[in-house]
Design a protein around this ligand. Structure first.
Ligand code: DQA
Length: 147
């Protein structure tokens, strides 16, 4: 069973960017923990990061027929991208949206979320630990699919 983790713009800067908001963990560290947890849970985990909207759309499309679920932090595109939203709808896979920060208690423009309505669930405001919660949630969803 394969899960694809898709990371949007500026998430390659984790550990450097606004540590008071996003914490001090680097993306590689977060991914290493997810990979470990995935291995223990019988899930192969693939990772992808891009700063480009079209590349993220391409990656979501590639998941069709190839992956069992998607974990995505579309970062700033969350608030603007109809293209990413449509791609998630199109592939119709279990999809968990993660935000490291609590986007509901930040600037007004972060309250608009184009992605959430087409996702299975959203995890916000837990810091980098939110990715682990998403993995736990994905295992649960996969078990429900199998049952
Ligand atoms: C983010 C929140 C977005 O508003 C922001 O543009 C990001 C990261 C988060 O994980 O909290 O880049 O998605």
């Amino acid at each position: 069973m394969k899960i694809v983790v898709i990371q949007g713009p500026n998430l390659n800067m984790l550990g450097v960017r606004e540590q008071q908001v996003y914490g001090s963990m680097k993306l590689e560290q977060i991914h290493a923990q997810m990979k470990d947890f995935g291995a223990k849970s019988g899930m192969e985990v693939e990772f992808f990061q891009s700063n480009l909207e079209g590349e993220i759309v391409d990656k979501i499309q590639e998941c069709y027929g190839d992956a069992s679920g998607i974990i995505i932090n579309a970062a700033a595109y969350t608030h603007t991208s109809i293209a990413i939203r449509d791609a998630i709808s199109a592939v119709n896979l279990p999809t968990i949206e993660v935000h490291i920060s609590n986007i509901h208690r930040r600037e007004e423009f972060r309250k608009q979320n184009m992605i959430a309505p087409v996702c299975t669930s959203s995890i916000v405001g837990f810091g980098p630990f939110g990715y682990h919660l998403a993995m736990v949630g994905m295992v649960q969803i996969m078990n429900e699919v199998k049952a």
